[in-house]
Design a protein around this ligand. Sequence first.
Ligand code: SF4
Length: 265
Amino acid sequence: MLQGKIFDIKRYALHDGPGIRQTVFFKGCPLRCWWCHNPESQSIKTEIITREMKLDGDSYYEDVPVGRLMTVDDVMAEVLKETVFYDESGGGVTFSGGEPLLQAEFLKALAAECRRDNIHTVLDTCGYANPETVDSVADLIDLFLFDIKLIDEERHREYAGASNRIILQNLRRLAANGHKIIIRFPVIPDITDTDENIAGLIGLLHSIPSMNEVDLLPYHSIANHKYLQFEMENKMKDAQPPSDERMNMLKEHFEQNGFSVKIGG
Ligand code: SF4
């Protein structure tokens, strides 16, 4: 029986696409972005973390698995509990991670079920996958939230752990095939937020006719504790989030270049 490795299902999600959504987080990602705020998503393996629980002032410790195998029916049972919210708000289901395309067969099966039940589907993707894999799923997805991080290939290798070549190819092909796409740009001070990278991103998007929406996602340090919990190296532990002023300046800059822009998801 087909199973997928899922590490969370978030209800009433408001920042992962239009309306009220349920977000299904797939475990496993081919990239290793320095600023990743879901480091627990990166390995496809189930990991065990120890959580501290407090009761009447005493601490108790509990081992909790991160990532569990679920069938399509298991996930759909959760998804179908909230169809009333999707219908009223124009929402639906978002597949996020990690990188859902790493478990393409499971993703495809889930998206097909959603299509059968008239549930709107969003794929939040880093775009790093074989073109055939992307094509095999694309027609079952109503909206792509497509991350573009760094335009320079070498800097992409350095900060995200792999070349961006296949990502940019996938973006161009999805756009050429008429798929609806919103670009998500993580604003990471001194890494993605440089004049050169922003000019490169705007140049790229201008070269693809249907690209007109950009979400700017400010870096935040909210995941610092997760790096400690998972005993992972945190290369951003001293980094500061961009100021509101900087985010508004960037928004204005993208708008002046013809894009519809949102700060946050
Ligand atoms: S693509 Fe997303 S999930 Fe994967 S490492 Fe980068 S930020 Fe984390």
